[in-house]
Design a protein around this ligand. Structure first.
Ligand SMILES: O=C(O)COP(=O)(O)O
Ligand SMILES: [Mg+2]
Length: 227
């Protein structure tokens, strides 16, 4: 049995409209009650993940902004990495290009981000990547938002650092995720599972693909791997 669990949030604990699966929450609470460490790892902000962690009842081990930020427990120091200014400069290039064409760009929770920049998927992500080619930023489309993030940062890289702080190795973890931003942690974990809705990239990195989609699929995996 794995020693710990790391999970993505959007599309993995929620459905495509971001409604949380109560079934997945119950399964995570079962793990927490059995003293099995749980990391919530997401492209979302620290404050968003903190609220969710409290309400699910985990111990506050989190990875935010796709690996740009991580923290061990609610009171541990917040590690925020990368040069966010570079991401903001890159974002300005996107604004300068799309805004004159009348396209509306919508930043997501800009004031709460320490490492990356996230915005609505209202523009073509291929075009965004072409515009930013050669700039030191990664363009990541999670299916829920487009992220501009510093190079070298990922959920997997953050898992390696956070697991160490927790006295664990990445191989001790069962990992669950649905999208391209989860591939690095799915590959690093001991066992990788994806719900049935997972993207091609996530499926290719998985050891086991669940029958059910979204949070129901993740609940299915927890029942299977933590019986
Ligand atoms: O913030 C996003 O774009 C997606 O969030 P997720 O990593 O929890 O799926
Ligand atoms: Mg996701």
């Amino acid at each position: 049995m794995p020693k710990a669990f790391i999970t993505d949030i959007d599309g993995t604990l929620t459905d495509d409209r971001r409604r949380l699966s109560t079934h997945a929450v119950e399964e995570i609470r079962r793990l927490v009650d059995a003293d099995i460490p749980v990391i919530l790892a997401s492209g979302n902000t620290v404050c968003f993940i903190d609220a969710l962690s409290k309400m699910i009842g985990t111990n506050g081990d989190i990875i935010a902004e796709n690996g740009g930020v991580y923290r061990h427990g609610y009171t541990g120091p917040r590690h925020a990495e990368g040069d966010r200014e570079l991401c903001l400069t890159a974002y300005q290039k996107i604004v300068d290009y799309f805004q004159p064409e009348g396209e509306k760009l919508r930043l997501y929770s800009n004031e709460y981000r320490y490492s990356d920049v996230a915005f609505a998927r209202d523009v073509d992500v291929g075009e965004v990547s072409r515009l930013l080619a050669g700039m030191p930023v990664q363009v990541v489309d999670t299916g829920f938002a487009i992220h501009l993030q510093p190079p070298g940062l990922s959920k997997g890289a953050a898992l390696a650092k956070l697991a160490k702080l927790m006295g664990l190795a990445p191989a001790d973890f069962l990992a669950a995720g649905d999208s391209v931003n989860d591939v690095s942690m799915l590959k690093l974990a001991g066992v990788a599972v994806v719900p049935a809705n997972a993207s091609q990239e996530a499926r290719a990195a998985a050891d086991d693909i669940m029958d059910k989609p979204f949070g129901e699929g993740t609940a299915e995996a927890l029942a299977r791997y933590f019986p």
